[in-house]
Design a protein around this ligand. Sequence first.
Ligand code: GTP
Ligand code: MG
Length: 203
Amino acid sequence: MFIHWGLREIHLKIVYYGPGLSGKTENLRYIYNRIDPKLKGDLVMLKSREDRTIFFDFLQLEIGHIDGKKPKFNLYTVPGQVHYDLTRKILLNSVDGLVFVADSQKEMMDSNLDTILDLEENLIENGKTLENFPWVLQYNKRDLPSAEPIAEMEKKLNFFNVPFFEAVATQGQGIFPTLKEVIKMVVAHIRTRLGEENKVKSL
Ligand SMILES: Nc1nc2c(ncn2[C@@H]2O[C@H](COP(=O)(O)OP(=O)(O)OP(=O)(O)O)[C@@H](O)[C@H]2O)c(=O)[nH]1
Ligand SMILES: [Mg+2]
């Protein structure tokens, strides 16, 4: 979180994390294409010729009010390929909320789990943990024939019982419900933090 007091702006960072090719970029692309132009900035995509994210994607949304300030939600995707570990760590700096985009294909379950463990390790380095943090799970690629049943994915991945959403990012299914929930969680978390800060100021 970053507050620009002069402009009464509050910047909140939401990161889409997950294994390579799980559909993180597709989430941002869909949001960008469907959201009111007045509420969004440009979609920045730093990708290879093969359409793989090599640094990050970025999209800024301006929605609602918090404590008299205008929140700007800065959405980022990480590069999922294993060798971009350092980039993923950097992108988690000052993160306020996370969407974990899991790939529903049976053969991707190990990668999903490895990536959650990698996320947890990187968060711990940032002084945070998945247990006490605003995040949601998105089970993407539900349209594919080898999709694992939801109950199985829940057992394998959702050990903290966070809200989860089924999605088909290429068709836009589940994208906005996922985004709305993570925004709701981030705002609730920030309100608590701001409330605590105001209490300290008034002591
Ligand atoms: N069938 C199907 N394909 C999908 C879905 N979501 C994404 N894809 C496809 O999966 C491929 C990878 O999607 P991306 O959004 O680029 O994946 P990513 O997670 O950003 O990948 P990295 O940037 O390498 O980490 C693309 O060809 C998408 O069109 C889905 O729900 N169903
Ligand atoms: Mg990508």
